[in-house]
Write a protein that binds this ligand. Structure first.
Ligand SMILES: C[S@@+](CC[C@H](N)C(=O)[O-])C[C@H]1O[C@@H](n2cnc3c(N)ncnc32)[C@H](O)[C@@H]1O
Length: 201
């Protein structure tokens, strides 16, 4: 699998992460968790905090990420805790999904792809949600000035309203813009959307 600066950044961070922080849900995961049900895909799962929290609520979770440290951690934890979380190493810039899901989550991933790739991947995620199912997408948007984790040749920042426009025709259950302070007086701006796919007529 090819790697890049972003993948290496997170793999290194996950290897150094103190064990107690591994179990904490981030603010986006806390918002999205109550919407998850049934067969769930976590696309860009990191250390799997959300995947395990969803599995503990009765979901069966398939999780993908390009960090070997994250996938090893999730695989061992799933065995140790006997929870239905299956984790797979993959470069998600170019990954063909073969199943449909009740819920698809992607938190903090798509900004690590170039613009056309991010839109193509988002299309695929929307396609793979079953009718009546849920998509929950979070990404960094324009106005973010923290760029340490970006690969110079491969990243994008959506316009603040772009994600909502991409979900036209879906029932929006949650939509929020958020701004956080980042190192060296920089900012991280995010948008999060949770939306229900229309039922087929
Ligand atoms: C900001 S973290 C988010 C992780 C998790 N969703 C969370 O909310 O904690 C970004 C994740 O994207 C993954 N990632 C970055 N580029 C990737 C790529 N090309 N393919 C697969 N995963 C990638 C990183 O390994 C990392 O786990």
């Amino acid at each position: 699998m090819s790697t890049n600066k972003s993948i290496d950044f997170f793999d290194r961070q996950f290897r150094q992460q103190p064990p107690e922080t591994v179990l904490q849900l981030n603010p986006f995961e806390l918002v999205i968790l109550p919407y998850l049900d049934g067969k769930v895909l976590d696309f860009g799962c990191g250390m799997g905090n959300l995947a395990f929290a969803a599995a503990a609520r009765g979901c069966s979770v398939t999780a993908f990420d390009a960090s070997p440290a994250a996938i090893d951690h999730i695989t061992h934890r799933a065995t140790a805790e006997g929870l239905p979380v299956s984790a797979h190493l993959a470069d998600l810039r170019d990954h063909q999904l073969v199943d449909d899901y009740d819920c698809i989550v992607s938190i903090g991933l798509l900004m690590f792809f170039d613009g056309p790739t991010a839109l193509r991947v988002l299309d695929q995620l929307q396609d793979r949600v079953r009718p009546g199912g849920i998509a929950a997408i979070n990404l960094m948007i324009e106005g973010s000035t923290y760029v340490d984790m970006f690969d110079p040749s491969s990243h994008c920042l959506f316009a603040p309203d772009e994600l909502e426009l991409r979900f036209a025709g879906w029932e929006v259950l949650h939509s929020k813009l958020q701004c956080f302070d980042a190192p060296m007086a920089t900012l991280k701006r995010f948008t999060t959307i949770v939306a229900r796919k229309p039922q087929k007529n």
